[in-house]
Design a binder for this molecule. Structure first.
Ligand code: FCB
Length: 441
């Protein structure tokens, strides 16, 4: 059972999220190629050899999709702007691309939704990837130009700004583990990407400020870590995993510091002069977004740094194989707030993949309702402990291109038939609509 809207403090905001490449249909509107297109075109990278060329065709269907956001009673719609749609070669403006986001934001406002804009949710223009992508420092400077252009066009109407979605995924997952574009497994590229993504955040934040924007933040992903065994080696490996995933970005963006244990491995590969960038990276934020899905159990592993391995989950998992651990969200928010003090926090993503099917025109996703309910209760418990949590955003509005998993993993509150583009609100959408609109009445 979902809680009631009135169980949350007055002014607490609810939202749902998407991202550009995952829903728009990238093959239309003059968008330029991205590193996700080339990653997807490389055999073996994406399940079903899928890509984002058509996806949910949101580019043409956004009005109906926003009706679904508003219809559920959400306050916030978190979306992203595709750099390659706005600047197909990474620098030259595509007026069609800017016009699209202009229409999109107006359509949100017309429905009473607060536009929560994320500048970068992963589809780097291929032209910049050709020049080294995130391993190239210049990408951070180009990103600031993009941020300024978006602010100039949409800044009079956007409610909140996030620079980058999940820098850990943009850098570590994509350059060290090779799971996401550009699919590298290279420690030197990783060190550079990690730092340059941080710098891009700092530069974009400065560009937004220079354009007079307020309510600026960033969206980080966190996975609380537990040692898989009691051995000292497992504890050390867990601490290092935690440092890379949960402390590297937060520490830099709030205090201007990288963890020593991470520098012990990445230090020799960091770009020259990186330390001079730390003040720019640590510029003040107006809010912090926390993406939370799961926890990780970590064990030590033989071999070179970082010397860890991910141990199997315990108990129930989602269709991604991710352990369901709602209570850990309370502790996570508490821990973050201990470092960020009064800074407003938002859960900017939370949700689950489930093997949903349409039966008699309905999708009975009770597991998703239970997941969201449990995480809402955990978020509420954090508020009770004094955490300045101001909102909660469900991932995702609708089934979409789930990156390397293609169209096989379904996170939506709304089911999408990718052949017909028919949208079917699932039971979770109806339950949230009941919760959010019922509480207002
Ligand atoms: C997050 C991403 C989002 C989606 C969810 C399931 O890491 O930000 O695009 O893939 O996971």
């Amino acid at each position: 059972m979902l809680p009631r809207r009135t169980d949350f403090p007055k002014g607490f905001l609810f939202g749902t999220a998407t991202s550009a490449y995952q829903i728009e249909g990238h093959g239309t509107g003059g968008a330029g190629p991205t590193h996700w297109d080339s990653f997807a075109a490389t055999p073996g990278n994406v399940a079903g050899a899928a890509d984002g060329a058509r996806s949910c065709d949101h580019y043409h269907r956004f009005a109906d999709d926003l009706d679904l956001v508003a219809g559920a009673g959400f306050d916030i719609y978190r979306f992203s702007t595709s750099w390659a749609r706005v600047m197909p070669d990474g620098g030259t403006l595509n007026p069609q691309g800017l016009d699209f986001y202009d229409r999109l934001v107006d359509a949100m406002l017309a429905r009473g939704l607060r536009p929560a804009l994320t500048l970068y949710h992963w589809e780097l223009p291929a032209a910049l990837a050709d020049r080294g992508g995130w391993a190239n420092r210049d990408t951070a400077e180009r990103f600031a130009d993009f941020a300024a252009q978006i602010a100039r066009r949409l800044g009079d109407r956007v409610w909140s700004w996030a620079t980058i979605n999940e820098p850990w995924c943009v850098s570590w997952l994509s350059h060290f583990e090779g799971h996401h574009a550009p699919g590298l497994r290279d420690i030197r590229a990783t060190a550079r990407a990690m730092h340059h993504v941080e710098l891009a955040h700092g530069r974009a934040l400065a560009a937004l400020r220079a354009e007079g924007m307020d309510n600026c933040g960033v969206v980080l992903n966190f996975e609380p870590t537990l040692p898989a065994t009691d051995s000292p080696a497992a504890h050390a490996a867990t601490d290092l995993f935690d440092a890379v995933m949960n402390r590297f970005f937060l520490g830099a963006m709030t205090r201007g510091e990288y963890p020593d244990t991470v520098l012990a491995g990445l230090g020799p590969h960091m770009p020259p002069g990186w330390a001079a960038d730390m003040p720019a990276i640590a510029a003040p934020l107006d809010w912090l977004g926390v993406n939370y899905y799961t926890i990780k159990r970590i064990d030590a592993a033989p071999g070179p740094w970082p010397g860890w391995r991910i141990a199997p989950p315990q108990g129930a998992t989602t269709d991604m194989g991710w352990e369901i651990a709602p209570d850990a969200l309370t502790g996570l928010l508490d821990r973050i707030a201990a470092q960020t003090g009064d800074l407003p926090l938002y859960v900017t993503e939370n949700g689950m993949a489930a093997p949903d099917t349409v039966q008699n025109g309905k999708v009975q996703d009770d597991d998703r309702i239970a997941y969201i309910a449990a995480h809402l209760r955990a978020a509420r418990a954090a508020i009770d402990r004094g955490v300045p949590l101001r909102g909660y955003v469900v991932w995702s509005l609708m089934d979409n291109f789930e990156w390397a998993f293609g169209y096989g993993k379904h996170f939506g509150l709304v089911h999408v038939d990718f052949d017909t583009q028919r949208r079917t609100p699932k039971a979770s959408w109806h339950a949230l609509a009941q919760m959010l609109t019922g509480g207002r009445a």
